[in-house]
Design a protein around this ligand. Structure first.
Ligand SMILES: Cc1cc2nc3c(=O)[nH]c(=O)nc-3n(C[C@H](O)[C@H](O)[C@H](O)COP(=O)(O)OP(=O)(O)OC[C@H]3O[C@@H](n4cnc5c(N)ncnc54)[C@H](O)[C@@H]3O)c2cc1C
Length: 322
């Protein structure tokens, strides 16, 4: 066994730890009893939940005062490592800040990164990370050689977030070192997309629409159904590229990975790049007028029919019940 000390790059949104952070902490505590959450910001509101999911210690930089997160956090991580707390593994989420920080830290430490993973193990071969390729049809296991810190990023939903029980981790303030010329860029505004209802990658029910809807105006059928089911609306890339809905709605290889209890795909053919983002859903319902559509190959319930007829009927039935 080679993993004794694991760090998790922890993030918060709206004053709570993100689900992705809790997923990584859950996995981290299965690898080591020494788990540190590294927070780029103030950790006071989230320290308890980080502890509940496995963090025994929390490093927190406090407010970054507009510094670019990747620049500041990689420098802060490097300074702790230089001072003697050297993790064997640092787990990052596969998102903008996670990847940016990991890449910069890789350069500072001269260490390899493995990105886009779905699992990690401490084995006789060392630390082994698993990456899906070719739309998830092949899993590649890659072992790090040499000393850590090994830098690894994970796709969302790779692990289930499960609390371990209440605990109060030690919170240690970390100073961001002088960033020199790298600190020249400042974040001057952050735009958070307004949305109501559950987040796409956290919703228990997702209703996604594709090109089979015919035109942008028909996407309201997807939104209405999602709202009635207290779910989140999603989309295939075809209708994102067509400008019908924003990119944040996209499910798939280059969009979000979702694993809801119920995934409804309406007018979506089931291209590999779409399915890789939703095939982990517990129950898949597909509505498509082509009975040969590939989406039916992974559907638990298939409805061969026209979305313009099926969706209004479903909406009407749900409305009459509520
Ligand atoms: C590198 C790369 C990355 C990609 N990443 C993604 C990704 O992240 N997510 C993603 O979704 N795609 C992605 N794609 C695109 C993907 O390959 C498909 O082109 C896309 O998913 C197709 O979207 P669609 O199913 O809505 O459209 P289509 O493939 O055009 O399918 C429309 C479906 O609607 C059905 N239909 C038509 N009319 C009706 C009707 N009235 N009622 C019922 N059914 C009807 C048709 O039978 C058809 O099956 C990627 C592609 C590449 C090359």
């Amino acid at each position: 066994m080679t993993i004794n000390n694991v760090w998790v790059f922890a993030q918060a949104s709206g004053g709570v730890a993100t689900t992705g952070t809790l997923e990584l902490l859950t996995k981290a505590r299965s690898l080591s009893s020494k788990v540190t959450a590294f927070v780029g910001g103030d950790a006071s509101a989230i320290a308890a939940s980080l502890g509940e999911y496995g963090a025994t210690k929390v490093y927190a930089t406090g407010d970054l005062a507009g510094k670019l997160p990747g620049v500041a956090l990689s420098a802060a991580m490097k300074s702790i490592i230089d001072s003697g707390d050297t993790p064997d593994v640092i787990m990052f989420p596969q998102n903008y800040e996670g990847r940016d920080t990991m890449a910069r830290l890789s350069v500072k430490l001269n260490r390899t990164v493995l990105t886009n993973n779905i699992d990690i193990a401490d084995s006789a071969d060392g630390v082994v990370a698993t990456t899906p390729i070719f739309g998830g049809n092949i899993l590649v296991a890659a072992a790090f050689s040499g000393q850590g810190p090994h830098l690894v990023s994970f796709r969302p939903k790779s692990f289930a977030a499960e609390p371990a029980g209440a605990s109060s981790p030690e919170v240690v303030a970390v100073a961001v070192p002088d960033l020199g010329k790298q600190g020249g860029a400042k974040v001057i505004a952050v735009h958070t997309e307004q949305s109501s209802g559950p987040k796409l990658d956290e919703a228990a029910i997702v209703v996604s629409g594709g090109r089979g809807l015919g035109e942008a105006g028909n996407y309201s059928l997807i939104e209405d159904l999602a709202k009635l089911l207290k779910g989140a609306p999603g989309a295939s890339r075809a209708i994102v590229d067509a400008g019908w809905v924003p990119y944040s709605y996209q499910v798939g290889q280059t969009g979000k990975v979702v694993k809801p209890s119920v995934y409804i795909a309406a007018g979506i053919s089931g291209a590999t790049q779409h399915m890789v983002g939703m095939k982990g859903s517990k129950n898949i319902i597909a509505i498509n007028k082509d009975k040969e559509a590939p989406i039916f190959g992974i559907a638990d319930l298939g409805i061969v029919g026209d979305v313009h007829k099926v969706l209004p009927k479903l909406i009407e039935a749900l409305k009459s019940r509520s």
